[in-house]
Ligand binder design. Structure first.
Ligand SMILES: C=C(O[C@@H]1CC(C(=O)O)=C[C@@H](OP(=O)(O)O)[C@H]1O)C(=O)O
Length: 440
């Protein structure tokens, strides 16, 4: 039994290319190209974790830095999250020197499951019938077998590996250029926080309440709503907004690997994610081009090219432009609820099923570190590719030999800029009204 062997007859050359190992790469457990993460483990198995491959060597990394992020994600942290009580204590098994520097070799991190209660799933209705809108039915359709207890790989526990990898990526990005990746809950159902400044809110503000919304008044209303819904055995969804500050320009590879396409895949692969937006997103369709375009100007403080507004969400043409990256991810209401709903059994009978066990009435507060982690992994991967391809010969952005005459983006400064912004007239600058000049 061989999958990759390809018999080559020297007299009749092959008409199609041989199957390469990469064409088999469809199992879905790995994300990233240069900074690559592979998660593993089921919700009720021995443990869950991640292998991070491609991290640069000589980065100081402590277990506590990873644990800090996992503590923000762990279950049982408040009355509005699942009561499953896990400390989610991480062990770093490989990839670190005795003095705590990354070795450049795979970093393996594991969290052992401690508080699984498989009796919530096994030997009762949940083992026979599919939870409506959960991954139960589709996993069975795909594999013909599933980890009934706890939902296996489809459980939010899988995100432990992503958050741990995200902690490593965040650290490296911060060391590189002070990149700061922060998310918050911007909506729970129709209750939304619209006055949060993407450049100003802090992690301390986000984490100062159990729903993780930096607008305290709105946070209270969100918590009230989740409490109400929790008491009825039901669930609600909402939106996480994530910003990445101090990201340099030039990240993202046209055409299929645009930064926003990679970010969308990263975020949409989180459990319960159902929608993704960059910058103005869907609301941008209400504006005209004249209203929507982010006009450029020269920043009088730095001489760099900047945009006056940021409807692009920091990405133009699939490439970062040096402004703050802003994305939104929407999460559906948790599918496992304590109310009875119509469904079917594995052997094709119609039944009513009521969810059992311990579940989040709203996944949003715990989704915050998950989104941050995935955004960090994606941006670091794009940064490493940029350095590998476009700056291989040393022309680092803003460094010696940089071929770009004027730097782009908020964190940049034009060499020798004297604070005087020059203004010139282009030949046809004022004339053009309407796109089709021939019609005039
Ligand atoms: C435990 C976590 O979330 C779990 C996600 C989840 C699901 O169906 O996705 C079901 C629950 O698991 P269990 O039934 O084993 O208690 C949640 O508690 C976690 O994220 O760490």
């Amino acid at each position: 039994f061989t999958i990759n062997s390809f018999a080559i007859n020297p007299l009749s050359p092959p008409t199609s290319p041989p199957t390469t190992p990469t064409t088999l790469f469809g199992t879905g457990n790995t994300f990233g190209r240069t900074f690559r993460i592979t998660t593993y483990g089921e919700s009720h198995g021995g443990g869950v974790g991640v292998i991070v491959d491609g991290a640069p060597p000589r980065v100081p990394l402590t277990r506590d830095e990873v644990q800090k992020e996992l503590d923000r994600r762990r279950p049982g942290q408040s009355r509005i999250t699942t009561p499953r009580n896990e400390a989610d204590s991480v062990e770093i098994l490989s990839g670190l020197s005795p003095s705590g520097l990354t070795l450049g070799t795979p970093i393996s991190m594991i969290v052992r499951n401690k508080d699984q209660r498989s009796g919530d799933y096994l030997g009762n209705d949940l083992s026979l019938a599919y939870r409506p809108s959960h991954a139960d039915a589709t996993y069975d359709a795909k594999y013909g077998v599933r980890a009934v207890a706890g939902g296996g790989r489809s459980s939010a526990r899988e995100t432990i590996g992503r958050v741990a990898a995200g902690a490593v990526a965040k650290k490296i990005l911060h060391m590189y250029s002070g990149v700061e990746i922060l998310a918050y809950v911007s909506a729970v159902q129709d209750i939304s926080a619209s006055a949060v400044d993407p450049d100003a809110f802090t992690m301390a503000e986000v984490d100062s309440n159990i729903v993780r919304c930096p607008d305290q008044e709105v946070a209270e209303k969100m918590i009230e709503r989740i409490d109400e819904i929790r008491k009825t055995g039901n669930s609600v969804g909402g939106v996480v907004t994530c910003v990445a500050r101090n990201v340099r320009s030039g990240l993202g590879s046209p055409v299929f690997d645009k930064l926003e396409a990679d970010l969308a895949k990263a975020c949409m692969s989180l459990p319960a994610a159902k929608g993704f937006e960059v910058g103005s997103g869907f609301s941008g369709t209400m504006l005209t081009g004249k209203e929507h375009n982010d006009e450029f100007y020269i920043d009088p403080a730095t001489g760099a090219a900047r945009t006056k507004t940021n409807r692009s969400g920091g990405i133009q043409g699939g490439i970062s432009n040096g402004e703050t990256i802003v994305v939104k991810v929407c999460f559906k209401p948790t599918s496992t609820i304590g109310q009875s709903q119509a469904t079917v059994t594995r052997d094709g009978k119609e039944v009513d099923l009521r969810g059992k066990g311990r579940h989040d009435p709203c996944v949003l507060p715990r989704a915050v570190p998950m989104v941050e982690g995935m955004v960090a992994v994606t941006i670091l991967d794009a940064l490493m590719q940029q350095r590998a391809q476009c700056e291989l010969l040393g022309e680092e952005e803003g460094g010696e030999g940089d071929p770009r005459p004027n730097p782009l983006g908020k964190g940049r400064r034009r060499e020798g800029f004297d604070g005087k912004v020059e203004r010139v007239e282009l030949k046809e600058g004022k004339k053009a009204v309407g796109l089709n000049v021939d019609e005039e």
